[in-house]
Design a protein around this ligand. Structure first.
Ligand code: GDG
Length: 469
């Protein structure tokens, strides 16, 4: 494999091992906005993607799929438990999402995180071409920028943080708080979803390391007694709008949306939630608000149905096991109290679906409920908007998502305020078509103009500006 001018480093490679037509195992690319955004760049510059292939205890040689060179990083089952499920998903994830669940601090998890981050950094350093560019992604790999810089001072390093960065009062809990920000500062550009996240990060840098911060620039001392500049600012991520627009226009998908409505008994209004089953997404708050509206008699099951897709996620982490129990208990109670033979209150689906079915659901939904308690961006909100070509439909959106900074014409809510959330749902259900259309038009303009390729272009531009000012 030749040296790569452009290297992406992410926890997962953009592929899954699936069963082929003759029962044999084959690789299939997993569709995602990130892959779509980076594919053109990966092909034109010679590109490589470094990440875990998704199977524990398997060592694989680099291979190519659809013109992208993939460099698998092996992880043992124990490392997945300690580095990924442990430190990434049970320490950093809850701490960075406002401690909605209590973060667990374990020194063995941290040790595994350091060890695995070093392995990713070594893999990236060994494939990057002289003076190449490396783009590291997300909270699983916060130490990688600095580790790559030590190994390969010639390369330009970018880092993008997909989740929130917490206020200093919370960040300060982290026993390894100085090491983590030093790790991130190894990058030339550190990208965040919201301006607020960048501000919190810069505050941590000033308070903990006492480095000089001016605007979005940090002066970082180097080992040889010199100094360099790192830039930390917001680059709100978006979606690849093309497949959503195309699927939404397809007659088969439109027919499927009508079929979904019919199978729910053709209620007047369908409310929809689509989330990974995660405590940050506010699924329980949404279910509670909807249940109370039924209880209060403000809506009836014949008229308004809630469809909730909660796709399985992190099922070996305790907090997720408990969350699932809580949600399913609440849904079961509400359905038990309110269902009729012909109508269900909540159609709850603990399943993952192909993208075609997701788009059919978006088309069938009159109201999209995004009630996250904290969310880096929330792409579901943008996907819903991208599919609403007729400018109908209402997005109810939590203020605590990155998307709320951009999607100001949504019905914005504080999901902790159940009374306010109930009123917002009623307002969405009753919103006149002219108002829906005025809001949706503005939302669509925003999402379609700022798609994921605009996002990656602006990040890469900032990266080349900082390296060659
Ligand atoms: C992290 C940050 C940030 C979900 N269920 C199914 C399915 N999905 C797709 C959605 C959407 C994606 O997964 C979820 O993206 P979100 O942005 O909503 O949330 P996270 O997974 O938490 O993502 C987040 C994001 O990174 C990007 O930076 O926005 O804040 O937490 O695309 O459609 N897709 C299919 N079947 C499902 O069942 N096909």
């Amino acid at each position: 494999m030749p040296a790569a001018d452009f290297v992406v480093v992410a926890n997962r490679l953009p592929v899954d091992r699936v069963e082929g037509p003759n029962g044999e195992e084959v690789w299939r690319t997993s569709p995602g906005g990130l892959v779509a955004a980076l594919e053109p760049m990966m092909r034109s510059a010679h590109g490589a993607w470094v990440g875990w292939a998704g199977q524990p205890d398997v060592a694989l040689d680099p291979f190519e799929i659809n013109g992208i060179d993939l460099v698998p990083v092996p992880l043992s089952a124990e490392e997945i438990a300690d580095y990924y499920e442990g430190f990434a998903n049970d320490t950093i994830w809850p701490l960075y999402h406002d401690v909605i669940a209590p973060p667990q601090y374990h020194r063995e998890w941290w040790d595994a995180y350091v060890r695995v981050n070093r392995r990713f950094a070594e893999a990236a350093a060994s494939v990057a071409a002289q003076d190449g560019t490396v783009w590291v992604h997300d909270y699983q790999l916060q130490l990688v920028p600095q580790m790559i810089r030590e190994l390969r001072p010639d390369v330009t390093i970018g880092y993008f943080h997909h989740i929130p960065f917490p206020p200093h009062g919370l960040y300060a809990q982290l026993p390894w708080r100085d090491q983590v920000i030093k790790g991130l500062l190894g990058a030339d550009v550190i990208g965040f979803q919201r301006a607020q996240d960048a501000t919190y990060f810069l505050t941590a840098v000033r308070r903990r390391l006492r480095y000089e911060v001016k605007g979005s620039s940090v002066t970082v001392p180097t080992d040889d007694g010199g100094r360099r500049t790192a830039v930390a600012r917001a680059f709100p991520i978006s979606i690849d709008t093309t497949p959503y627009k195309e699927l939404a226009a397809s007659p088969e998908i439109r027919a499927r949306a009508a079929e979904i409505r019919a199978s729910l008994g053709n209620p007047k209004k369908i409310l929809l939630g689509v989330d990974r089953l995660d405590y940050t997404k506010g699924i329980n708050h949404r279910v509670k608000a909807y249940g109370e509206l039924l209880e209060d008699g403000r809506i009836g099951v014949e008229d308004v149905t809630l469809v909730q897709v909660a796709s399985p996620s992190r099922e070996r982490v305790d907090a997720y096991v408990h969350l699932r129990d809580e949600i399913e208990l609440a849904v079961g109670r509400i359905n038990g109290d309110h269902d009729t033979m012909g109508h269900t209150a909540i159609r709850y689906l603990h399943q993952g679906y192909p993208r075609e079915e997701m788009v059919a659901l978006y088309l069938a939904a009159d109201v999209m409920l995004v009630t996250a308690l904290r969310d880096g961006m929330n792409l579901v909100a943008k996907e819903y908007v991208a599919t609403r070509a007729d400018n109908h439909g209402v997005l109810v959106l939590s203020e605590f998502t990155g998307a709320a900074d951009e999607l100001r014409q949504a019905v914005l809510v504080n999901p902790h305020d159940i009374a306010g959330l109930k009123d917002a749902i009623m307002r969405a259900i009753e919103m006149p078509p002219a108002e829906q259309s005025r809001r949706m038009r503005a939302l669509r303009r925003r999402v379609l103009e700022n798609d994921v390729s605009a996002w990656s272009a602006s990040f890469l531009q900032a990266l080349s500006d900082v390296r060659r000012p």
